[in-house]
Design a protein around this ligand. Structure first.
Ligand code: NDP
Length: 280
């Protein structure tokens, strides 16, 4: 029935976050993000560019460490050790994917949990599953921000998450469980996907399969969050057949201009939350 105005949600949130950053700066704390980019993907450069732009707009300092394909895992570990020990660096972000020869989990897990701004390290993943969601991965965190704007009472409702990746599906399900929702996780081996998706009051879809979710797979009045983003003939397409799903759902998020915006915003929020802990 209604396409969610995610841009407006983010603009409203930014006002409050900017104020918090000014307060920190008044106390002599300049929130700072360090970004490590070690791949040659154009998409990663675009994502890093968006993060840089938002940091600059909000007053977060951002430094980038760029590596070419000659870089070794040890080279990156050395930089991370330096950043871990730098009291002026709040968040360390390793832009994924990395060059194939690099040891991704060793690199991610070398970031001290307190600065792991993406929440991907084993310790922060474990904390999320323990219900101590201190640093939450940005995409699921952004989805929760949207949901809280749309539905004040998530507790007790049915959530279905389609997709179980480490960066979206699994942390998303954990986060919704922490909100006391009843959560079902679907994936490529799920039999009869529509039977599950039709039980969802909140349906979060993150598969990368364009228009996987059709009108007949959605419960009347559901909130549908489309995380998917696939380039099809120069256009970004989501996992939801929005034009038709819109007829039955209460809310659907658009692609582009949806979850992508809250993902970048949540990164800034995570940096600021970490910077606030610097005071203590
Ligand atoms: P992955 O490829 O890592 O995971 C896809 C998931 O979808 C897997 O768990 C897979 O199941 C599941 N899946 C595949 N086919 C089906 C099917 N037919 N029915 C049910 N489940 C299925 O992708 P990501 O989680 O990294 O990303 C998903 C999408 O979200 C992509 O389009 C990506 O571009 C987008 N994305 C958007 C972001 C944003 O900020 N807007 C951020 C991150 C991602 P199985 O595990 O069994 O293989």
């Amino acid at each position: 029935m209604s396409i969610v105005d995610v841009k407006q949600i983010v603009e409203n949130k930014k006002v409050k976050l900017k104020r918090e950053i000014l307060d920190l700066r008044d106390k002599g704390i300049v929130p700072k993000l360090a970004v490590i980019l070690a791949n040659d993907s154009d998409a990663s450069r675009v994502y890093v560019g968006r993060k840089r732009k938002l940091c600059h707009e909000l007053g977060i300092e951002e430094t980038e460490y760029l590596f070419d394909e000659k870089v070794t895992t040890d080279n990156i570990l050395k930089v991370i050790t330096k950043l871990n020990n730098d009291p002026e660096v709040d968040g360390i972000l390793v832009q994924l994917p990395l060059f194939k020869h690099l040891d991704e989990s060793r690199i991610i897990d070398s970031i001290v949990p307190e600065k792991d701004v993406d929440g991907f390290s084993a310790i922060n993943v474990g904390r999320l599953y323990q219900g101590k969601d201190e640093i939450v991965p940005c995409t699921p965190k952004g989805v929760l921000t949207i949901l809280k704007e749309l539905e004040p009472e998530l507790k007790g409702k049915n959530a279905v998450v389609v997709g179980r990746s480490q960066i979206v599906g699994k942390p998303m399900a954990a986060l919704l469980l922490n909100e006391n929702m009843t959560v079902t996780i679907c994936h490529s081996a799920t039999t009869n996907l529509p039977e599950h998706t039709r039980t969802a009051d909140v349906l979060v879809v993150a598969t990368g399969i364009p228009h996987l979710i059709k009108e007949n797979m959605v419960k009347e009045g559901a909130i549908v969050i489309d995380v998917g983003m696939t380039r099809v003939k120069e256009k970004l397409v989501g996992d939801v057949d929005t034009e038709n799903v819109e007829k039955v759902a209460k809310y659907v998020t658009p692609v582009p201009g949806g979850v992508g915006l809250t993902t970048v915003y949540s990164l800034a929020e995570n940096v600021v939350e970490i910077a606030k802990n610097r005071k203590k």
